[in-house]
Ligand binder design. Structure first.
Ligand SMILES: Nc1ncnc2c1ncn2[C@@H]1O[C@H](COP(=O)(O)OP(=O)(O)OP(=O)(O)O)[C@@H](O)[C@H]1O
Length: 775
């Protein structure tokens, strides 16, 4: 370091110290007022009832009591809210105290004589007078300069105008515990040195924030606030998930008075992924968004009534099943059912249904018919055909509720009711007595006590018995959606141009599985779509922004359905067509099909630079896919991938065990043995468990832990490991398994090894031998 650099470092460190002093001053002040608010809230809770005027004597008094309670509750909740905001602010202050900022730009605005020094951190910090920013939030408009420009002419947008000027300096810091550990002047891209340092670290079971090193092209995605649909097609490891997480943080900041974390929804690829990204937003001082897998949504809709296949089971079938006629039919079915043409067929069918009748279910009680499906159909058919199906359904519902009430009343005199009264609890008798006493005071006193109680009890018995029926009707379960869906497949006359030639066999397959109450993954979304066309579903208005990660795994049909569920939401899709492991074995269209993305204002971004893996791993993995030469590695070095071609089973296991020991020895904390299927994973796990403390990851697993994880590819999606061992390349033989192998290999950050239990995969034979080491 030369003298000048030393001087700069000293000045910057002094500034850090002065910032920490300010943070401490603020923290002390806030702590004091937070404990005031805290004790206020505590006191309020303690004395809640003392300050409330409680009087139930007259109607007016009751109203007054109610208002008084409401006021007191509002006061308490306001204090509690302030208190929780203060706790949050104190937490942010303590994060800032550890590392107040990571970047600085000196920007001289046109017309100004001096450049302003802009320091960027995870949150803003004002000076004591609350006049000047000591640190700018990385999401503030002015902070855009840091991500988008190198020293020279630069500009940023505020809500109303473009501010132009000259960037005189751009500097990066690594500050830990209030000490500057490193400081670089940076050029066009944000510090290679800093990225080297970040990316060279061990993989973690939790994703990290990247705010200090966001790249220009990622920044555009993060800060796009004009498009209704943002589509990111980025290669493996290009920072799609990272960009999504920082984008959420950005939107929460940019629209902080309009949206909060509850208004943002992230569809993630598997339950493990939820925990993988769980700490990113809290690290940035924000709360986590809503998060679910699409399968979780489907399950919540189908409930326990059906056996619902998940995408993993579907894939396991496709990978393992013999290539016979039945598999071929299923493949063609999956392909067609993924398409918008198929959705069009369901629309046509629903249109036809609106002129026809629907299929209903009998309403029965203990096998006794209460209202038959024919009666329901009769009422439904009597309604005007030009009323929409969902509206007619609502009318049927109202009618059924009334009918049920009548039936329930008539039921009270039945013999079974009297019998059942004898089995009621003591509490019920007591309650009937109380009710009867209450009634005694009222005008009509035609009953004797006994009769009054008896009446009340028989009402109770019938009400309890009828309750499930009322619930069923309220949930529209009187519609036989399964039969309506089956009828669609039975009527093969409804066809599109793209309907496969063997459509009628596909339909037979579908019907037979539906009749067993088993819903295949490819049928789940179409089933719900048709159900929603019939029942009419209230769209979700609270979600304002939907993110879909690993978007390539969604079909155009599923995306259209998601759009229907969230009609008022903006969407951000992030995916990589080369990792489309579900559509790989079937050739089904993905969300990236042009028609699927026909959507208002759309912006598409392509990310071709990859950050996760070393240059050597990227140079190897990109050979596995078509068009891989466009993938640009980040220049970080490591050993070339190793390929071990062992044939014997015993030798294969011995090599795996030794390799894991080697990787552990080298200090890798997070090692994955990636397998093609769940069965292979089990097998691999059994083979190594005696020698190594490993963990088998299955679809029910909720978190990754550091150590040795044995995992099928589809559960390793979106996640990364220090070192990856592909357990058996010989199981990837078909071209359609290319994406699966590519996805598995691209999980590696520092080291990649490929083992084979027999001949190594033909998909690897085309790879240039220079790019790997044969071991
Ligand atoms: N700008 C950046 N600064 C620092 N690290 C980055 C940056 N961009 C990406 N990374 C790192 O690269 C790795 C891959 O990022 P991420 O998982 O977001 O990529 P992805 O495109 O979603 O990958 P995949 O599609 O393979 O799952 C992560 O370790 C992430 O922290």
């Amino acid at each position: 370091m030369d003298e000048n650099q030393l001087k700069n470092l000293k000045t910057e460190q002094e500034r850090v110290y002065s910032i920490i002093e300010e943070i401490d001053r603020k923290a002390a002040k806030w702590k004091a007022s937070s404990s005031d608010v805290g004790s206020d809230a505590l006191q309020l809770r303690k004395t809640f009832w003392e300050d409330v005027t409680v009087n139930f004597d007259e109607a007016d008094d009751v109203a007054e009591t109610f208002t008084s309670i409401k006021q007191q509750a509002a006061l308490l909740s306001e204090r509690e809210r302030t208190q929780s905001q203060m706790v949050k602010q104190l937490k942010t202050l303590s994060q800032l105290r550890f590392s107040p900022y990571f970047g600085r730009v000196d920007f001289k605005e046109v017309g100004e004589s001096e450049a302003e020094k802009i320091y960027l951190g995870i949150a803003s910090l004002m000076d004591e007078q609350e006049e000047n920013f000591l640190v700018y939030d990385w999401r503030a408009p002015i902070s855009g300069l840091y991500y988008d420009y190198s020293p020279g002419p630069a500009q940023y947008e505020t809500e109303t105008e473009t501010i132009k000027g000259e960037m005189e300096l751009k500097r990066q810091f690594v500050i830990k515990g209030g000490k500057i550990k490193a400081m670089f002047e940076t050029g066009v891209t944000i510090g290679d040195e800093m990225l080297q340092e970040v990316l060279g670290n061990n993989a973690d079971t939790q994703m990290k924030t990247i705010v200090a090193t966001i790249q220009k092209e990622q920044n555009q995605i993060i800060r796009n606030d004009s498009s209704s649909l943002v589509v990111v097609q980025g290669v493996a490891g290009s920072g799609k998930t990272s960009a999504a997480m920082q984008r959420i943080a950005y939107l929460l900041y940019r629209y902080r008075n309009i949206i909060s974390s509850e208004n943002i929804m992230l569809f993630s690829p598997n339950p493990l992924f939820n925990s993988y990204v769980a700490t990113v937003l809290p690290e940035l001082g924000e709360e986590n968004m809503q998060q679910a897998t699409f399968q979780e949504y489907l399950l919540s809709r189908f409930g326990a009534e059906y056996e619902l296949e998940d995408p993993f089971e579907q894939m396991e079938y496709l990978l393992a099943a013999e290539k016979d006629e039945s598999r071929q039919e299923r493949v063609e079915g999956i392909r067609f059912k993924a398409s918008l043409e198929f959705k069009g067929l369901l629309d046509r069918y629903a249109e036809r249904l609106s002129r026809d009748t629907l299929v209903f279910r009998n309403l029965t009680l203990k096998k006794r018919m209460i209202i038959s499906k024919h009666e329901i159909a009769h009422y439904y058919d009597s309604l005007e055909k030009n009323i929409s199906i969902p509206n007619r359904i609502q009318m049927v519902k109202e009618w059924l509720l009334k009918e049920l009430k009548k039936k329930a009343k008539a039921e009270q005199s039945q013999e079974w009711v009297e019998k059942e009264i004898q089995f009621l609890d003591k509490e019920d008798y007591l309650e009937s007595y109380k009710q009867s006493q209450k009634k005694q005071g009222e005008a009509d006193d035609t009953f004797h006590d006994y009769e009054r109680e008896e009446k009340w009890l028989s009402e109770l018995v019938v009400k309890r018995r009828f309750k499930p029926l009322f619930n069923l009707v309220k949930k529209l379960k009187f519609i036989n959606n399964k039969a309506i869906f089956i009828n669609f497949f039975k009527d093969v006359s409804i066809q599109a141009e793209t309907t496969p030639a063997n459509w009628s066999s596909i339909c037979d397959q579908t019907v037979s599985s539906l009749e067993r109450k088993s819903i295949r993954y490819e049928d789940a979304t179409p089933f719900l779509y048709l159900q929603d066309l019939i029942e009419g579903r209230k769209s979700n208005t609270s979600i304002r922004h939907v993110f879909i990660d690993e978007a390539q795994d969604y079909t155009p049909f599923q995306f259209a359905y998601i759009k229907m569920l969230f009609p008022y939401s903006k969407m951000t899709l992030l995916g990589d067509i080369n990792q489309a492991i579900y559509s790989g074995p079937t050739g089904a269209p993905t969300i990236f099909a042009e028609a699927a993305l026909d959507f208002g204002e759309k912006e598409t971004y392509k990310l071709t630079k990859t950050y996760r893996s070393t240059r050597q791993i990227v140079e190897f993995t990109r050979e596995l896919i078509k068009g891989g030469n466009l993938i640009e590695p980040f220049n970080r070095n490591g050993p070339k991938p190793g390929i071990v071609n062992s044939c014997e089973q015993i030798e294969h296991i011995r090599t795996t065990i030794e390799l894991i020991a080697d990787l552990k020895e080298k200090g890798h904390k997070n090692i994955a043995i990636i397998c093609k299927t769940a069965a292979e994973s089990k097998d691999a796990f059994e083979s190594i468990r005696e020698s190594h403390d490993a963990r088998l990851i299955e679809k029910g697993t909720l978190t990754f832990e550091n150590g040795i994880n044995v995992v099928p590819t589809y559960l390793a999606k979106g996640i990364e490991f220090d070192a990856v061992i592909i357990f058996d390349s010989s199981s990837y033989t078909r071209d359609e398994e290319r994406k699966l192998l590519y996805t598995a290999c691209t999980r590696a950050m520092h080291e990649l090894y490929i083992l084979s239990r027999g001949e190594f995969s033909p998909l690897l034979t085309e790879v240039d031998e220079q790019l790997y080491q044969a071991i």
